[in-house]
Design a protein around this ligand. Structure first.
Ligand code: ATP
Ligand code: MG
Length: 417
């Protein structure tokens, strides 16, 4: 028998609704698929009639291809597909070749006919093909095999395009969302905990390219510093967007100033305000269009509506908090799915625990915070953070994440790179 050509058949949903800009979004999706699949035996990526087919070289294993495609935003679902001839009997042969590999009790055939010149309509193909497959299934697996259109155990998809006929079984979920790089850049304040990394992922899912700023105690102490945790999280997220930048900002000295000059109950709010200001300056340098944090309403004392307001007040860029309405359990479930949970549960000190107040203010007001901050030279502290910042760049290429360069802040770093 001739080697069977295999493809991954990919559908996108939301992009299809973008009437005028569809070409831009689909073009980026195809580029992203090509980048994600680099190094795997892919023959070519084609785009017949509103779906994408990734054709594999002969005998290429599909699992690694599936794994990579499941991290490409914009993919609504995917399925392993084979090419069939245009005659019903040929379609049935290919379909049975895929379906008949393991036993099942119920199935459905779903046909999409993009080629309106095909001599039968979708419903006719579904009925006839269903009958042919039923006969073979009952013969092999027993008389109990049924057609079940609502909740079939197995599904056979037939796509009749003007070029090829594709037959696929058992659709898999893609990540959904919009293709990476279609929405502009954001800067996420990445803490090393569970939340901010999940927050970043949600913004990435909608097409934003997200860079990271992490504030750590100085110096990086072996075994207890948060910087390696932030680095590992940035590394984990990089395959979703192909490239990331992580700014590491030493924060202990800034905290010491706040501890020395401001009332203790306001410390956490003042730390957060300084973090936002510094991250915003780095964001503007990178032409980011907004900031992202992992705040969730009322999760901790600094996340009351009062404190979110007094902290957020210092930002000029829009501040996005995609987890604001999430419960901790929902966030942790997502962290598990993303594979960041274990890293985020490591013990580390991002800020010196000695600097944490015993009784942080829970319902802060703008004027009392301004008063508490009045003894600080805010601009000098921002500059102190910027001067100490270092930049690390992460790249995803041929299935591997590498850290390409480490440069000091202030050195040339174009927003694009
Ligand atoms: P997370 O799980 O993300 O650490 P959290 O529940 O611990 O969040 P907070 O510590 O109050 O909440 O932090 C709120 C947000 O402030 C974080 O989600 C993050 O965006 C930002 N943030 C906190 N600490 C840091 C840090 N050391 N570096 C960068 N951002 C930080
Ligand atoms: Mg935290």
């Amino acid at each position: 028998m001739m080697a069977m050509r295999q493809a991954l058949l990919i559908h996108y949903h939301e992009i299809a609704l973008k009437a005028g800009n569809r070409g831009f979004f689909v073009g980026r999706l195809k580029e992203n698929l090509a980048a994600a699949l680099e190094g795997l035996p892919v023959d070519r990526i084609v785009h017949p009639d509103g779906r994408i087919a990734v054709w594999l070289k002969d005998d290429a294993p599909v699992e690694p291809v599936i794994e990579r495609i499941q991290r490409v935003f914009g993919v609504a679902n995917l399925a392993v597909a084979r090419e069939a001839g245009r005659e019903l009997a040929e379609i049935a042969d290919v379909a049975w070749g895929m379906l008949g590999e393991r036993a099942f009790g119920s199935f459905a055939v779903r046909v999409k006919r993009a080629d309106k010149n095909y001599p039968m309509n979708s419903l006719e193909v579904e009925r006839k093909l269903g009958g042919m497959l039923m006969e073979r299934a009952r013969e092999k697996f027993g008389p109990q095999v049924k057609v079940n259109l609502d909740a079939p155990e197995r599904t056979c998809l037939v796509e009749i395009t003007s070029g090829v006929v594709l037959v696929a079984v058992d659709k898999l979920q893609g990540p959904g969302g919009m293709p990476s790089g279609t929405a502009g850049r954001l800067m996420c304040l990445l803490s090393g905990g569970f939340d901010s990394v999940v927050a970043a992922w949600y913004m990435m899912k909608r097409g934003a390219k997200v860079h990271f700023t992490h504030f750590h105690a100085t110096p990086e102490r072996a075994g207890e510093s948060s910087a390696p945790v932030a680095r590992e999280l940035a590394r984990r997220l990089t395959p979703w967007q192909f490239g990331s930048q992580l700014w590491l900002v030493p924060f202990e000295e800034i905290q010491r100033h706040i501890v020395a000059k401001a009332p203790s109950e306001f410390r956490i709010i003042l730390y957060r305000r300084m973090m936002l200001r510094i991250a915003e300056r780095l964001a503007l340098r990178k032409r980011c269009l907004g900031l992202v944090t992992g705040d969730s309403l009322a999760q901790v004392a600094s996340q009351t509506l009062h404190n979110l307001r007094t902290v957020g007040e210092v930002a000029h860029l829009p501040l996005y908090r995609p987890l604001i309405g999430f419960d901790k359990e929902e966030i942790i479930a997502m962290a598990r799915r993303l594979g960041t949970c274990e890293t985020s549960s490591q013990k580390f000190e991002d800020c010196c625990p000695l600097f944490m107040p015993k009784h942080p203010v829970i319902f802060s007001e703008l004027d009392s915070v301004a008063q508490a901050e009045s003894g600080l030279d805010v601009e000098a502290l921002v500059q102190l953070g910027l001067d100490g910042a270092t930049l690390e760049r992460f790249h995803f290429k041929a299935g591997e994440v590498t850290v390409e360069t480490v440069v000091k802040a202030g050195e040339s770093d174009s927003p694009e790179s």
